[in-house]
Design a binder for this molecule. Structure first.
Ligand SMILES: NC(=O)C1=CN([C@@H]2O[C@H](COP(=O)(O)OP(=O)(O)OC[C@H]3O[C@@H](n4cnc5c(N)ncnc54)[C@H](OP(=O)(O)O)[C@@H]3O)[C@@H](O)[C@H]2O)C=CC1
Ligand SMILES: Nc1nc(=O)c2c([nH]1)NC[C@@H]1CN(c3ccc(C(=O)N[C@@H](CCC(=O)O)C(=O)O)cc3)C=[N+]21
Length: 300
């Protein structure tokens, strides 16, 4: 039987409805509009698309939204000075530095400059430390893994006790925080990466498989345990000559069709983790605004 399709777009709509309500509520009671600043350096076309949709969504949620676009050769000191200004700006509650940065800029230093209270991407050492210490309630959780957890909870419930999870990928942005969140939900977690031996055998033990490697359709049916829940984080653009000359399409890190024949539930690409990432960024921004106002934020 074909797997259930986990509709990330629909789940994202649910989250965004709550975000809009929470933002409207804060503004009407306290006169505070959540503010999000996105910083884009250079002209990577893919990044421009993401940044555009983040800005659009922020405005749709009733936020104050600003995008700072800097040239690829901006001096590091100027970028740090911009982050300092945003840190000090009371109208801005969340700062997102779009990654990767062009060569010559030190991403750790730039991200490290973001005030932890405004770190809606959850990438500072303080946020990572809070999450790893089990203080997820105080941390900003990186948006992509946070979105994966919302979808997983829709399928499996809040408690993953007894379930085996394999996360493929160990980046600070996705793999590592994903593993922490699964652990906090009581799953038994293994993190795999490019040096893992016999990856398919390991993946076949997974009741929950999270693929975040950035390799188009690399995980095939040999990696799927019958009945597994599969979360495909990968977003890869590949040539699609069947759609016409020069056309491309997006695919995940999982070979979707064959995996769907074995899994019980699976996220599509596009329309899976991507929309959830943007929704969770909005949720984190509202959370930051509530905290800045000295209020307990709602849960999303
Ligand atoms: N849907 C969304 O909203 C988002 C999607 N993404 C997508 O998710 C994917 C991963 O992103 P990100 O974590 O930033 O990527 P990184 O490139 O930072 O990390 C990739 C990880 O995958 C591992 N890896 C690479 N190749 C293999 C392989 N053949 N077998 C096993 N492990 C492998 C690497 O191992 P090692 O550490 O050993 O090098 C590394 O840990 C990308 O496709 C990206 O576009 C990212 C962010 C948001
Ligand atoms: N500091 C930082 N934080 C990030 O979260 C971050 C980043 N840098 N750099 C780049 C990656 C990538 N990323 C995506 C978010 C949404 C979609 C998304 O909405 N995708 C749509 C499709 C969009 C399309 O059609 O191009 C979907 O999957 O349905 C994709 C990718 C966030 N990232």
């Amino acid at each position: 039987m074909a797997a259930t399709r986990i509709d990330g777009k629909a789940v994202a709509e649910d989250v965004l409805a709550k975000v809009k309500q929470a933002a409207a509520d804060l503004e009407s009671r306290r006169g505070v509009k959540p503010g999000l600043a996105v910083v884009l350096v250079g002209e990577d076309p893919a990044s421009q698309v993401y940044v555009g949709s983040k800005g659009r969504m922020a405005r749709e949620c009733g936020f104050h939204s600003v995008t700072h676009t800097l040239p690829a050769d901006v001096p590091q000191a100027d970028l740090l000075a911009l982050i300092d200004r945003l840190n000090a700006d009371p109208a801005i509650h969340g700062i997102l530095q779009q990654l990767p940065l062009p060569k010559g800029l030190d991403a750790d230093a730039v991200v490290g400059r973001i005030h932890p209270d405004k770190d809606v991407d959850g990438l500072t050492v303080v946020s990572a430390g809070r999450l790893a210490s089990g203080l997820a309630g105080q941390a900003f959780v990186p948006c992509t893994p946070a979105g994966c957890m919302v979808m997983l909870r829709r399928v499996l419930g809040d408690d993953l006790s007894g379930r085996r999870a394999v996360v493929v990928g160990r980046s600070n942005l996705v793999g590592k925080p994903m593993a922490q969140l699964l652990l906090l939900a009581n799953a038994t977690v293994t993190v795999a990466h490019s040096r893992t031996k016999d990856l398919p055998a390991l993946c076949r033990e997974a009741d929950i498989l999270v693929a975040a490697i950035g390799r188009p359709q690399a995980l095939g049916p040999e990696c799927i345990k019958p009945g597994a829940v599969v979360i495909d984080v990968g977003i890869n653009r590949i040539d699609a000559p069947e759609r016409g000359e020069g056309k491309t399409r997006l695919v995940g890190d999982v070979a979707h069709e064959p995996a769907s024949q074995i899994a019980s539930a699976i996220t599509p690409v596009p329309g899976g983790v991507g929309p959830m990432t943007i929704a969770m960024l909005m949720a984190n921004t509202v959370t930051a605004a509530y905290r800045a106002a000295g209020e307990t934020p709602p849960t999303f």
